[in-house]
Design a protein around this ligand. Structure first.
Ligand code: CO8
Length: 255
């Protein structure tokens, strides 16, 4: 059974997690398949946005507990367990997480490795690893704190409680919340908009925003300004600005 279903509509590629009997728990096969499927598409100039999604009941209910339960410290360290997820985070094409149902543990961390999280009202977020005697291991202590601040991150990570979609939106984890039945359309429209813009500018924009969580203000501002300058070497910059002045729609080519 394929654990990832890939579909392409226009310039948008959707990867759907498909392990229905375990609420899309993330095992090594999911990690390997997802990175293997998306890596070549990341280089394809005809692809402008990725959407990562799950089922109505679960985006992903965490890393696969069955796969991890019997491992020793030495095995985890030797395999550098979870390190392969860095290949997902490093994809340069914008990634939208479309979340319905549970996004817990590794599921919440996978959503946070995406650039935007769009949630249905049924979405439930949390880092409940403490209840299993461990801590988040795919970036949760770092990314969640960067996104929602120490107060909320400590609350979720130390108590293991979950939060609903509205709370996740209020605290800045989620970009938008819509009724579940509206989510697919909302995501499709956002993904199509992103995919319609100049590829170089889109990638530069997400890399600059990422810097805000990683470096100090002075370095971040310099990175942004130099990247802004560099975009004046692209045809899309002259086309985009000329089209505005000519009062017509731009024709971006990715050059
Ligand atoms: N892994 C494996 N199987 C799972 C997982 C999971 N994370 N989550 C659910 N399942 C399985 C259940 O075992 C069950 O299987 P079965 O039918 O064979 O019993 C099936 O999915 C359906 O689940 P439930 O019957 O439990 O469904 P409910 O609707 O009653 O409950 C919940 C849904 C609340 C989501 C519940 O399943 C749950 O609490 N799941 C675990 C959530 C969790 O703790 N996630 C964190 C996992 S750990 C992690 O992500 C990172 C660990 C970091 C380690 C760092 C190491 C370096």
């Amino acid at each position: 059974m394929d654990v990832i279903k890939i579909e392409q509509h226009g310039r948008v590629v959707t990867a759907r997690l498909h392990r229905p009997t375990v609420l899309n728990a993330l095992n090594s096969e999911v990690m390997t398949e997802l990175v293997a499927a998306l890596s070549p598409l990341d280089l394809d100039p005809d692809v402008g946005c990725f959407v990562i999604t799950g089922s109505e009941r679960a985006f992903a209910a965490g890393a696969d507990i069955k796969e991890m339960a019997a491992k020793s410290f030495a095995e985890m360290a030797e395999e550098d367990f979870f390190a392969g997820w860095e290949g997902f985070a490093a994809l340069r094409t914008p990634k939208i997480a479309a979340v319905r149902g549970y996004a817990l543990g590794g599921g919440c961390e996978l959503a946070m490795m995406c650039d935007l999280i769009l949630a249905g009202e049924s979405a439930v977020f949390g880092q409940p690893e403490i209840k299993l005697g461990v801590i988040p291991g795919i970036g949760g202590t770092q990314r969640l704190t960067g996104l929602v601040g120490k107060a909320k991150a400590m609350d979720l990570i130390l108590t293991g409680r979950t939060m609903d979609a509205r709370e996740a939106e209020r605290c800045g984890l989620v970009s938008r919340v819509v009724p579940d039945e509206r989510l697919a359309q909302e995501v499709a429209e956002a993904a199509a908009a992103i995919a319609s813009y100049g590829r170089t500018a889109v990638r530069a924009a997400r890399e600059a925003v990422e810097r805000a969580l990683e470096v100090g203000l002075r370095e971040g501002l310099l990175f942004e300004r130099r990247t802004f300058h560099a975009l004046f070497a692209t045809e899309d910059q002259s086309e985009g600005m000329r089209a505005f002045l000519d009062k017509r729609a731009p024709r971006f080519t990715g050059h």
